[in-house]
Structure formats: C-alpha cells, structure tokens
Design a protein around this ligand. Structure first.
Ligand code: ADP
Ligand code: MG
Length: 260
C-alpha cells in the first residue's frame, strides 16, 4: 500500500502564483479525478508534482510513501514510482518506444528479458499498431495513437502512481474507451493509483472514479463522489467560480467556461 500525499502545495510560473494551497491524498488503487475550468491550474499541478522545470514551488509538500519528491529531479521522481501522461505527448525524433522502455526499465533496476513479447502483447491489448513500437516516439502519430502509446508505457512500467493530464484530449471514442479500460485494469491488477485530470464524464464510464475534486483558481473548492461529475456536466462550474460583483453572472454552461 503506497500513498501519494500533496499538502498545501503553492507554486508559481513566470512570476504568477497559480497554485494556492492544494491538498490531495491518493492511496494505491484509488482514482482521484480533478476537474475545473480552463486556466484553473490543472496542468500546473501535474507539472509541479512531476518536477517539470520552470515552476517555482512557494510552499507545501509532495511525498510518496514519505519520500520528499519536491527535493528530487523529475527522473528520480519517475524512479520512485511516479509517471505523468502529458496532455500533449512530446515527439522524440530518433528514439523508438522499445528503446525508451528498455532504458526506463534498466534505470529502475528491472529485468528487460521478454520485453519485446510484452510490448507486442500490450500493443495488441491497447490497439496500437505493432510496427509503431520501432518508429520514432510519437513522431507523426495521430492524437489517438499518441495516447494509446502513452497508455502502453504505463502498462509496461507499472508505476505506483500515474498522473493523466487530459488523456481524453485528441482521442476518438474508441481510443478513449481502450485507454480508460487499460488504466482501470492497472488500478485493479497492479494497485496503481491515479490522478486523472479531465473535462468529460465519458472518460469516467470506463475508468471508475473514487473521488472527484473541483479545482478553481489554484484551489480545490469541492470534493465528492462520482455524482459530482454528473452534477458538473449538468450545471457547469458556475456554483464554484467566484463572480465579481460588477461582472455579469455567467450562464453556467461548460462551453462558456471553456471559452475563457
Ligand atoms: P489548466 O490546465 O487548468 O487549463 P494551466 O495549469 O495550464 O491550467 O494554467 C494555469 C494558468 O497558468 C493559466 O493562466 C496559464 O496561462 C498560466 N501558465 C501556465 N503555464 C505557464 C507558463 N509556462 N508561463 C506563463 N503562464 C503559464
Ligand atoms: Mg491543462
């Protein structure tokens, strides 16, 4: 049983404070979903927890089973068992997926025998064309292929905790279902915990959420069960977004908020 604990996390980027004290505790096998309007700080949260350069931590802590992750560079956070699936996966010319997985397992002190067979099996399971395993990582792949590829990496590396930043962006319905199902299976079979950032309930049809959190302006303003996602889909974020006195009230539809 492992625990990823985020305590009173405050952080800025380019001199502007974005996170104003975020608290989240995720245990093995749990799926915590963070929803919130554009610009709320969701990607900033995932970047700060993973250790992407360019963010300044102003206070608070992030620990994995007591290990201070904020003191470690990103690659050591990965070795400690954290994995980030980025909203927009990077293209890496000249480096193939099988090569990356070989290096990543070796860096974790794990065996690489049978890796080719495992990659073929996982590719078949997630609907990823096997010839893409040997091509440059993410280069010229469609949005759906990129996210299948990223999900395949999760299945091979089996991190203790995964952060999925809008796994659903750029995915068609079939790819979304395949990826969400594979992540759900990892939470059940390997006890992987997940911090899932999404705008859409559809992802949660195949990936069972334990807790939904609403992030607004760098703070978690509400947490609840899966019914909270249904309520958001119906009513939007209006009830959670502070409206300045001299501003007209928003209509409360999700589209309005996403247009901000
Ligand atoms: P979300 O993922 O919830 O849509 P982000 O975390 O991407 O929100 O962004 C939160 C705020 O931080 C936004 O106002 C965004 O413009 C700003 N921001 C994010 N990254 C940078 C950056 N590298 N430089 C300047 N501002 C940034
Ligand atoms: Mg984002």
């Amino acid at each position: 049983m492992s625990t990823l604990q985020i305590r009173d996390l405050r952080a800025s980027v380019a001199g502007t404070q974005i996170l104003h004290g975020v608290d989240l505790t995720i245990g093995s096998g749990e799926v915590h979903v963070v929803m919130g309007p554009n610009g709320a700080g969701k990607s900033t949260l995932s970047s700060v927890v993973m250790g992407k350069p360019g963010y300044e931590v102003l206070g608070g802590s992030v620990t994995l089973d007591g290990t201070d992750l904020l003191a470690l560079p990103a690659w050591q956070r990965a070795q400690a068992g954290l994995h980030l699936v980025m909203q927009y996966p990077s293209e890496v010319p000249g480096v193939s997926l099988d090569h990356v997985m070989h290096e990543a397992l070796t860096a974790r002190g794990r065996a690489t025998e049978g890796l080719d067979e495992l990659l073929e099996a996982e590719a078949a399971r997630i609907g990823f064309a096997p010839e893409l395993l040997h091509r440059a990582l993410n280069v010229d792949l469609s949005g759906g292929e990129k996210k299948r590829n990223e999900t395949l990496q999760l299945a091979v590396l089996q991190p203790k905790f995964a952060i999925l930043d809008e796994l659903d962006s750029g995915l068609d319905i079939d790819a979304l279902r395949d990826c969400a199902r594979r992540v759900e299976a990892l939470t059940n079979d390997t006890g992987m915990g997940a911090l899932v950032i999404t705008h859409y309930n559809r992802l949660l049809e195949a990936l069972r959420a334990d807790v939904i959190h609403i992030l607004v302006k760098g703070r978690i303003v509400a947490s609840g069960g899966p019914e909270l996602a249904d309520q958001l889909e119906r009513d939007g974020y209006a009830a959670y977004v502070p409206v300045a006195e001299d501003e007209p009230a928003t209509s409360g539809s999700l589209d309005d908020l996403f247009a901000l």
